[in-house]
Design a protein around this ligand. Structure first.
Ligand SMILES: [Zn+2]
Length: 302
């Protein structure tokens, strides 16, 4: 075989509710990127547009396999989503028929966890948990170097119940889920409630000036030593610790990686969290963040 013609690049696709991101990964680095809007009309429409983009990219940057991360449940090769039209759709088969190349498909959070472990801060680990703190709490688990899938739903980290009595109602139908207390959205909600209770605080002043609070305003108040913001953050970290300690006990990972906009706070976020967790839990901020999904997807075929 002519070695000069060996293709080492792989294509990773991250299907989101609004966009579909594409990245060609070669030698553990992203060498090409593109993005198209997610067509929600029909399964055929979205698959045709994704596959057209795949063919277009192949002309510019040849690759030898395709991996796709999707926001839904993948079980026995069948994909079902809530925000997109897939229902028991054999996505890999459908795409292989269109582009004539092996295609692997998995849940997007699982892809992100795999991406962080292979190409990010968790590079040297075989057992890792990725927790993404955003509107919700998402994540994925890598056990013995492989994605933990269960029947397609394993690693729904945000929906472990941490408040069994009078817990907040969750979008999943349960009450008292971790997501209701430890997401970035939950932090902003807790800050807004505290601002209402302490009208003389800096937090309340920022609320009045801006008509609402967001993550940035909250951390502004925290960095200016607003005692109300400090109390909110302390309680928030307590909730997050309940989740992290539980995951450590269940999965015994070498590392727990944290992702999401809130982790941009860096050491201001990590240091107090580590102080609360104590020894024995290796918690780090994920490095790939928004690129983790395409990176992991490209490596699904491994
Ligand atoms: Zn829930």
């Amino acid at each position: 075989m002519d070695k000069s013609k060996t293709i080492t690049a792989k294509l990773g696709i991250d299907v989101g509710g609004t966009d579909v991101k594409f990245a060609v990964i070669d030698n553990n680095a992203i060498v090409y990127r593109s993005k198209i809007p997610a067509n929600k009309e029909s399964v055929d429409a979205i698959l045709n547009e994704i596959c057209d983009e795949c063919k277009k990219i192949a002309k510019e940057y040849p690759y030898s396999s395709v991996g796709v991360g999707v926001p839904g449940i993948v079980y026995d090769g069948l994909l079902t989503t809530i925000n997109l039209p897939f229902k028991n759709t054999p996505v890999a088969k459908e795409m292989e028929a269109r582009i004539g190349m092996p295609v692997a498909v998995d849940n997007d959070a699982n892809c992100a966890a795999l991406g962080e472990v292979l190409g990010g801060g968790g590079k040297i680990y075989r057992n890792a948990v990725l927790i993404t703190l955003g509107t919700g709490v998402g994540g994925g688990v890598i056990a013995n170097g492989e994605i933990l899938r269960g029947r397609g739903c394993a690693g729904e980290l945000g929906h472990i119940i941490i408040q069994s009595e009078n817990g907040r109602k969750c979008t999943c139908g349960q009450t008292g889920c971790l997501e209701q207390y430890a997401s970035a959205k939950a932090l902003v909600r807790q800050a807004t409630e505290a601002a209402g209770e302490h009208p003389d605080s800096m937090l309340a002043q920022l609320y009045r000036e801006n008509g609402e609070l967001n993550g940035k305003l909250f951390f502004d108040a925290l960095h200016k030593n607003c005692p109300v913001a400090e109390a909110v953050f302390d309680k928030y970290l307590d909730w997050l610790c309940v989740g992290i300690k539980s995951f450590q006990m269940i999965f015994d990972p070498e590392v727990i990686l944290l992702a999401g906009g809130i982790t941009k706070q860096g050491d201001n976020f990590l240091k107090p969290l580590k102080a609360k967790l104590g020894e024995g839990i290796n918690v780090k901020i994920a490095t790939l963040q928004n690129d983790a999904g395409v990176f992991g997807a490209a490596n699904l075929s491994m």
